[in-house]
Ligand binder design. Structure first.
Ligand SMILES: [Zn+2]
Length: 286
């Protein structure tokens, strides 16, 4: 899935290409992926792209409509994409079986592709944005200046969640997905199932710094690699999807465990469970 570092690479590219351009209309190929929040006819969705912004895992395209009759004075038209697990973006590609939604412009188009049909494209007005699940409740963006050590201490002190579950709670931190949650915990040498209230002050500080460094490194690496827009760039990952491969720090095998319903990858030696009673992966073969 595109996670925050992927979107930080994709958004400026789309912004440069789309901002100021006239969207002539939309096409829906997979109705299950698209939600029209307005009751307006889809043919009314056209206008000039005024901005392309990111909120957590959402990409938001705002449009100045040609016909304002269906809108109040503060409203713009909005197309909000939530790629979830498999959503991808492609400029001016051929229509494929996985093409779910298309934004047409005068001489090009932007496709939203989704192999799993789990992502969502919301069509609405600015005043409809609050009804998009998870949109209005996004917490502090981890790239914003507000995401500082005092803020992190405050949200960590209130939590008894497993560290990996805590990292992925978008209401307090916006937004870390599956892949970067594993990478952050590996960097911080914290077992994914460790409860937040079991971490001492220095571990919390390390976790906070690891979020910043792993996400920033991810953004920088992807920007330097310049992958195709639709590619999921994961070459820099150290534990994610590396089950049974040697840990780059200690050489022991990377393990996979289920944490709250999600696959989590970690090194059982670098990220010890501290005798907390999780399965001892150093003696169990799996
Ligand atoms: Zn290791």
């Amino acid at each position: 899935m595109p996670e925050l570092p992927d979107l930080e690479y994709i958004r400026p590219i789309l912004c440069e290409r789309l901002q100021g351009c006239r969207m002539t209309g939309v096409e829906v190929f997979e109705p299950v992926v698209v939600r029209n929040l307005t009751g307006m006819d889809l043919s009314e969705f056209s206008g000039i792209i005024s901005s392309v912004t990111r909120l957590g895992p959402f990409l938001r395209f705002s449009l100045k409509p040609r016909d304002r009759s269906a809108l109040n004075s503060e409203d713009q038209l909005e197309i909000v994409m939530h790629p979830m697990l498999a959503g991808r973006f492609r400029l001016s590609g051929k229509k494929q079986a996985v093409t779910a939604f298309r934004m047409n412009f005068d001489d090009f188009h932007l496709d939203f592709l989704d192999d799993k049909k789990m992502g969502k494209v919301y069509l609405g007005r600015t005043s409809d944005l609050h009804s998009i699940p998870g949109f209005a409740s996004q917490g502090t963006d981890i790239l914003s200046p507000s995401f500082d050590w005092p803020y992190f201490q405050r949200i960590a002190a209130k939590s008894r969640k497993q560290a990996r579950v805590f990292l992925m709670d978008q209401k307090s931190m916006s937004a870390i997905g599956n892949a970067y949650a594993d990478e952050v915990l590996f960097e911080a040498r914290i077992h994914p199932k460790t409860r937040m209230n079991q971490l001492d002050e220095s571990q919390l500080a390390t976790l906070f710094e690891s979020i910043r460094s792993v996400i920033q490194d991810g953004i920088r690496t992807i920007q330097e690699a310049k992958p195709d827009l639709e590619m999921k760039y994961r070459d820099h990952m150290k534990v994610r999807n590396k089950k049974d491969q040697p840990c780059i720090r200690c050489g022991n095998k990377i393990r996979r465990a289920n944490v709250n319903g999600y696959d989590s990858f970690f090194c059982p030696v670098c990220q010890p469970d501290g005798g907390k009673g999780f399965i001892d992966w150093t003696t169990v073969s799996r």
